[in-house]
Design a protein around this ligand. Structure first.
Ligand code: PMP
Ligand code: GLN
Length: 386
């Protein structure tokens, strides 16, 4: 026990989330424009916010049911059917969680034994390494190769061992903004079926796709029965602080996740669960406008970053654009990001935070574009002075 605490703490130190928080503090100290941590600077739909206020006023303030309120489980199931043709049973195949973070961590804790391996692509959202570490499992990564962020299927195959238990797939992908293609998803699905792996997918950016389209891994042949699909309300409704997420999948797997969730948070966000029902029921126009609005912001930021001299990888989805800083005479993203607020009043995050070997992403920096247009315009003007 005494050994485990320092081990975990040392494993988790310096992961992306720590750095996002450090960069947000730096932004506040310098009064800089914060394009680091990914959160919108405007609230989501007024009717969704009103529904949260109404839920508090209506007295939805005590512990909700363990699996989540039935109205939200039904709304999540209806959303999966409406957008992705998936048909989870709201009573047994949907669980509400404290954001996607808890769903992902609880899934890894529920399904991995000590020494099991979790396969994922790198760069990788930082909570995956944290979740694997908490479970005593090993995160094994397959590189997405910059600048196109494709992968070599033979690398994926070579990373599977007899201890591989889970494959964790994030599409659309943070930090690269990659949206996995149908062919890539087919290769991933085929591997999972052949090696009898459970897949856990992180689809929090499912509605933030600008080029191509989002395809849930669970919709591929042979995958529904072995996939836990995770998403959350944070990005879709621009209320990242509400922390309402969900996991859908086969009843036995969802039940295992629920057992763990009971001892992580037990339940969460009673009034916000009601509000998210209102969000999930918004019409298709809302979802279309969300993506088209963000696509314009992506272009605004990416054009500005290119003009400032960076090599820009234009993302197909998410909140984030990655740049290569070397044309500006820099090659250490962490140093670059620490000095950027002082140099020009803008905050970004070093992509090294998303690599198990920080050297791999050393020259890359991630900027968020989920900000008001005038903020982005001002940010690119400042970056142009570099
Ligand atoms: N997965 C990815 C890829 C993310 O970028 C984030 C952060 N927003 C999360 C999960 C966490 O989502 P939530 O806030 O719903 O826990
Ligand atoms: N997911 C958000 C990002 O990548 C931040 C969430 C966090 O700080 N953990 O910026």
């Amino acid at each position: 026990m005494t050994e485990r605490v320092p081990y975990l703490a040392s494993r988790l130190q310096g992961l992306g989330t720590t750095i996002f928080a450090e960069m947000s503090a730096l932004a506040a100290r310098h009064g800089a424009i914060n394009l680091g941590q990914g959160f919108p600077d405007t609230d989501g739909p007024a009717e969704v916010a009103d529904a949260a206020v109404a839920a508090i006023r209506a007295g939805h303030n005590q512990y909700p049911p363990g699996p989540g309120i039935p109205e939200l489980r039904r709304a999540v199931a209806a959303h999966q059917a409406r957008f992705w043709g998936l048909t989870p049973d709201p009573d047994t195949e949907v669980l509400v969680t404290a954001g996607a973070t808890e769903a992902l961590t609880a899934a890894v804790l529920a399904l991995c034994e000590t020494g099991d391996e979790v396969l994922t692509f790198e760069p990788t959202y930082d909570s995956y390494l944290a979740a694997a570490s908490m479970a005593g499992a090993v995160l094994r990564v397959v590189p997405l190769r910059a600048p196109t962020y494709d992968f070599d299927p033979s690398d994926l195959e070579a990373a599977v061992t007899p201890r591989t238990r889970l494959l964790l797939l994030n599409t659309p992908h943070n930090p690269t903004g990659k949206v996995f293609s149908p062919a890539e998803l087919a290769a991933v699905a085929e591997l999972c079926v052949r090696h009898d792996l459970v897949a856990v997918t992180d689809e929090v950016y499912e509605h933030l796709v600008f080029d191509g389209r989002h395809i849930p891994l669970a919709s591929l042949p042979g995958m529904a029965e072995r996939t836990l699909t995770v998403s959350s309300a944070g990005k879709t409704f621009s209320f990242t602080g509400w922390k309402v997420g969900w996991v859908c999948g086969p009843a036995a797997l969802v039940s295992a996740v629920r057992t763990v969730k009971q001892f992580l948070t037990y339940v969460n966000a009673a009034p916000f669960q009601h509000a998210v029902v209102t969000g999930l029921e918004l019409d298709d126009d809302f979802y279309r406008q969300l993506a088209s609005g963000l696509a314009a912001k992506r272009d605004l930021l990416c054009d500005g970053l290119a003009k400032a001299g960076f090599i820009v990888h234009r993302p197909a989805g998410t909140y984030f654009a990655t740049v290569d800083i070397r044309p500006l005479g820099a090659d250490d993203g962490a140093d670059f990001c620490r000095t950027l607020p002082g140099r020009c009043g803008v905050v970004a995050v070093p992509s090294s935070a998303f690599y198990t070997d920080p050297a791999a992403g050393r020259h890359l920096v991630r900027f968020a574009f989920c900000k008001q247009d005038d903020v982005l315009v001002e940010a690119v003007e400042r970056l142009a002075t570099l």
